[in-house]
Write a protein that binds this ligand. Structure first.
Ligand SMILES: C[S@@+](CC[C@H](N)C(=O)[O-])C[C@H]1O[C@@H](n2cnc3c(N)ncnc32)[C@H](O)[C@@H]1O
Length: 301
């Protein structure tokens, strides 16, 4: 086969190589990724790509080496150094969980639940590099958003993006779950969001290289059999932090919804069902603290 020279040929080849890779999730849009990597190599916008363009040899080599790295399992945002998340250009580095486009649903649900609140308080637990917290803080400038994570390095990345983007209403705390949240916020939180690790221990080895070899293991799993130890803590320890009428919004894969809704009910949260988006990759389970606190049950008195 002759060497690919035009943008069209290079994209076709890149798409095929990514499709054949066994190191990636199979739900990526490989053609789009190939186009984006070619645009990145050419230092032009994706929209300006022209199928008949003939990139110089050095650019072609650069592009093919990026395709090879991607096919080997490197997360896409590590190749370009950034990801667009809820309209924000976030810089991304190895060492933390890579923000997923599917988490935009969590942001959208939080923004909906915050509508009409003038100075709402938001907690994003297991915030990582804080894409969810940053996007909420940006969308709802009157909100005070707390991003909590056990990993200071991930939060440092979040703070870097906040500075660059001029987002000033996000605070970060390196802490085990909610422990580092100021005590005077207890019972006042309007929305808790959480994209908590939830992969069961036994399913880790089924994850592709792009996840297993490039994201710290504690970002994926709490290493319990059902994967829900941290989820339980997020719900049980989070419920008392909510104000009456406040919302708990946990992101996960849809197979976990039933179990998590049960955990909500056990924590005395009203079950408001499951939100999903078109691609159905992730869902958000929604619960609400009753407006009138029911007080202790007979058995607990
Ligand atoms: C699935 S990642 C999600 C990160 C971020 N919310 C996002 O969507 O990009 C889970 C995060 O939980 C954090 N984590 C793990 N154990 C924790 C704990 N005990 N307390 C707080 N955060 C924890 C990890 O450091 C990781 O950043």
């Amino acid at each position: 086969m002759s060497e690919p020279v035009t943008a069209q040929d290079l994209i076709d080849l890149g798409e095929r190589v990514l499709q054949d890779s066994t190191h990636l999730f199979d739900d990526h849009d490989n053609r789009l990724e190939a186009e984006q990597l070619l645009a990145f190599s050419l230092d032009i916008d994706h929209d300006d790509l022209d199928a008949d363009l003939e990139p110089p040899r050095r650019t072609r080599e650069r592009y093919l080496s990026l395709i090879a790295r991607r096919a080997g399992g490197e997360p896409f945002p590590f190749l370009t150094g950034s990801i667009e998340f809820y309209g924000l250009d976030l810089k991304v580095k190895p060492g933390a969980f890579v923000p997923r486009p599917s988490s935009e649903l969590t942001v959208a649900r939080a923004v909906k639940r915050l509508k009409g609140r003038r100075k709402p308080l938001v907690v994003d637990v297991c915030a990582g590099a804080a894409p969810i917290a940053l996007a909420i803080a940006d969308e709802v400038p009157g909100a005070e958003v707390w991003a909590l994570d056990i990993d200071e390095e991930a939060l440092r990345q979040g703070r870097g993006n906040a500075r660059r983007l001029g987002i000033r209403n996000m605070h970060t705390r390196a802490t085990d779950m909610y422990e580092g949240l100021p005590a005077d916020l207890e019972g006042k939180i309007d929305v808790i969001t959480g994209h908590v690790p939830y992969v069961p221990q036994g399913e880790l080895e089924d994850m592709p290289t792009e996840v297993r070899d490039h994201e710290p293991i504690y970002t994926l799993t709490d290493e319990s059999e059902d994967g829900l130890t941290l989820m339980r803590r997020a719900i049980v320890e989070g419920a008392p932090l909510l104000r009456p009428g406040g919302w708990m919004l946990m992101e996960m894969s849809d197979d976990l919804a039933k179990k998590v809704r049960k955990l909500y009910r056990k924590a005395d949260l009203e079950d408001h069902g499951v939100a999903s988006d078109d691609d159905g990759l992730s869902i958000v389970v929604e619960g609400r603290k009753p407006k009138e606190s029911r007080g202790p049950t007979k058995a607990a008195r």
